[in-house]
Design a binder for this molecule. Structure first.
Ligand code: M6R
Length: 605
């Protein structure tokens, strides 16, 4: 969703801001803009469309001179994508410019209050009320004006602020939206996330809710909600710039698919000590719980669906998985005997955060499985297990998902052992397969050229189905989402046995059905569903384990993946489906890393 960058240093601000916005593009946006504060006040340039458009406009404009500025990529919520609705927004008197991520929930009331005072709003955004408030409360003291403004705002926000009277300073503040500070040498930054900063500095400070930061090139002061300065040391972030760049790949998505063996290794290996899974960072007594609830959104939820099966199978505890945007409205039956597992790559998904807060309020213990260190979910959870996938830039998650599934697998084994529900023999055999996941993921990646050929064959289908049973079905959900989100082809995931209860009416000659058949014990059952769709003219692409020969007589095309323990299969089985989605989207010339209408980090509900 919206991306924010702020810079103050000794060189020109505009190129730094534009570079930062390029690196934030992956978050998803539909317009962009920058404002620079200089000797002649604040000047800004904004445009609908891509950052390249903005770069052109900035080059045509010779007014953006100054060493202090703010930039923004906007993902429209209030008001259509347009030049006018793009950020920054400026106060009528030209004193303040603001960029904002989040939603001001009481903006309608604030807007009419200022309309009654005679203010003429330029845009349809909720953000413009922030500059009105700043200008209204400003009496020469910027910090005071910011504090008074924040006290009037309801909702979530990360904001960056310029004041024309202080052309060598930038300010920022946040409540419930991500914002970090980058501490450089003779320059300082703020940004929505680390990817915008790593080329400049790896020393970062997390801003907490209610805090305000005031920065010049050489100084940085953080104030708490009461306006008192607070000391916060910078943390060193190990992510390197290469990890956030394409390294010769055509798309981030392909690079990230190919990085999965390494990401799995980084996630799994350090947690295996003397033949046992050890989570140094969590303090959970499994005997306290009579149920587990997994909540998340999108692919993280689908990872949770896999986790539900694995945890329930190994631990024999009831496990439910529920999408976070629905959970809170169900008045969930959650109490101190419930362990709530929250799964999120970004750690900033608004629905997931809201669900987690609700469950905590009801007394549950929370465990977050998160990729981004120091993110909101990581900070709010009682316990955190990080996936060590490294930065994920493509909007469509790949290594984020597989590492989440791997952590859920490890957690299931760990918890089953703590509860005494798994024999040492079964544990050790699963552990061997767990440790071999990176190598088997690599072998699944070797299917790439075969998958590309199949994508060339099937890329022009208007609609298709993914079917499977049990754990295969959980993988269908993710395979189907991958395809639709980047290729815009309609696709549905169906529990194979459920198709005949209505949806089979949509099976017609030429319809592609991708049948996942890796669960050996249910193979014959899925074969009968394959026969049902074939009898109605469907073409079938079967995905099965390498030792399966029957599949060749059932499916029109086949992809065979390395054999592993049935509980761990999803990590391997999803890989050809990720590649299939990628190559179909590429053949259809889609904007793979930044699919239309989507955002990487969904920070609004
Ligand atoms: O950052 P999160 O894991 O919380 O994100 C959850 C979903 O928004 C995310 O998985 C989304 O579905 C992706 N576009 C899937 O590729």
């Amino acid at each position: 969703m919206c991306g924010i960058i702020g810079f103050v240093g000794s060189g020109e601000a505009a190129p730094v801001l534009l570079d930062g916005l390029k690196r934030l593009e992956y978050r998803g946006y539909d317009s962009a803009g920058v404002a620079v504060s200089g000797a002649d006040g604040i000047n800004m340039v904004k445009t609908i469309g891509k950052v390249e458009e903005l770069v052109k406009k900035v080059h045509e404009c010779d007014r953006l001179r100054g060493s202090c500025g703010i930039g923004h990529t906007r993902w429209a919520t209030h008001g259509i994508p347009s030049d006018i609705n793009a950020h920054p927004h400026m106060s009528e008197d030209g004193k303040f410019a603001v960029v904002h991520n989040g939603i001001i929930e009481n903006f309608t009331a604030l807007r009419s209050e200022f309309e009654q005072k005679g203010v003429k709003f330029q845009s349809e955004t909720d953000t413009e009320v922030i500059v009105c408030l700043l200008a209204y409360y400003y009496d020469g003291d910027v910090k005071k004006a910011i504090m008074k403004t924040l006290s009037r705002l309801e909702g979530s926000y990360a904001i960056g602020i310029l004041c024309a009277d202080e052309p060598e300073k930038i300010y920022a503040a946040k409540v419930a939206s991500p914002l970090i500070i980058g501490v450089g040498a003779g320059e300082n930054f703020f940004a929505s996330d680390i990817t915008a900063l790593v080329s400049h500095t790896k020393n970062v400070i997390d801003l907490d809710d209610g805090e305000i930061v005031e920065m010049t090139a050489d100084s940085l002061v953080i104030y708490n909600h009461a306006g008192k300065p607070v000391e916060k040391p910078a943390k060193f972030v190990a992510w390197d710039i290469a990890a956030a760049e394409k390294n010769g790949y055509e798309h981030f998505m392909l690079k990230e698919i190919m990085e999965q063996p390494g990401a799995l290794k980084a996630t799994i290996e350090p947690r295996i000590k003397d033949g046992w899974i050890v989570f140094d960072d969590i303090d959970i007594d499994m005997t306290k719980f009579n149920r587990i609830l997994i909540t998340a959104c999108g692919s993280a939820y689908y990872a949770g669906c896999v986790g539900r099966n694995v945890i329930e199978t190994l631990c024999r505890i009831p496990v439910e998985a529920e999408v976070a945007s629905e959970l809170r409205y169900r008045h969930p039956l959650v109490d101190e005997k419930t362990l709530v597992i929250v799964v999120s790559q970004s750690g900033e998904t608004a629905d997931t955060i809201a669900s987690m807060k609700e469950c905590k309020k009801l007394g549950a213990t929370t465990l977050a499985i998160v990729n981004v260190v120091g993110s909101t979910i990581a900070k709010l959870a009682d316990n955190v297990i990080y996936t060590w996938a490294g930065p994920e830039i493509a909007v469509a998650t790949t290594k984020g998902y597989t590492t989440q599934v791997a952590v859920l697998d490890m957690f299931a084994m760990w918890a089953a052992e703590k509860l005494g529900r798994i024999s040492e023999e079964e544990y050790k055999s699963l552990l061997v397969d767990l440790m071999r996941l990176p190598e088997r993921a690599q072998r699944a990646l070797d299917l790439s050229s075969r998958v590309k050929k199949l994508a060339d064959k099937y890329y022009d289908r208007s609609s298709l189905f993914f079917i499977g049973r049990n754990i295969d079905y959980s993988v269908c959900l993710e395979g189907s989402l991958k395809l639709k989100e980047i290729s815009y082809i309609h696709s549905e995931a169906y529990a194979a046995g459920e198709l005949k209860h209505g949806t089979i009416a949509l099976i017609e000659p030429g319809r592609l059905v991708v049948a996942l058949c890796c669960l050996e014990e249910l193979f014959e059952k899925t074969v009968s569903n394959i026969e049902q769709v074939k009898a109605r003219g469907a073409q079938v692409l079967g995905v099965a384990l390498e030792n399966n020969r029957r599949i060749f007589s059932e499916a029109d095309d086949v992809l065979l993946v390395p054999v592993t323990n049935k509980l761990l299969v999803p990590v391997i089985e999803i890989i050809p489906l990720q590649l299939f989605a990628y190559y179909v989207a590429r053949k259809n010339k889609c904007d793979i890393d930044k699919p239309k209408n989507l955002a990487k980090s969904v920070t609004v509900e």
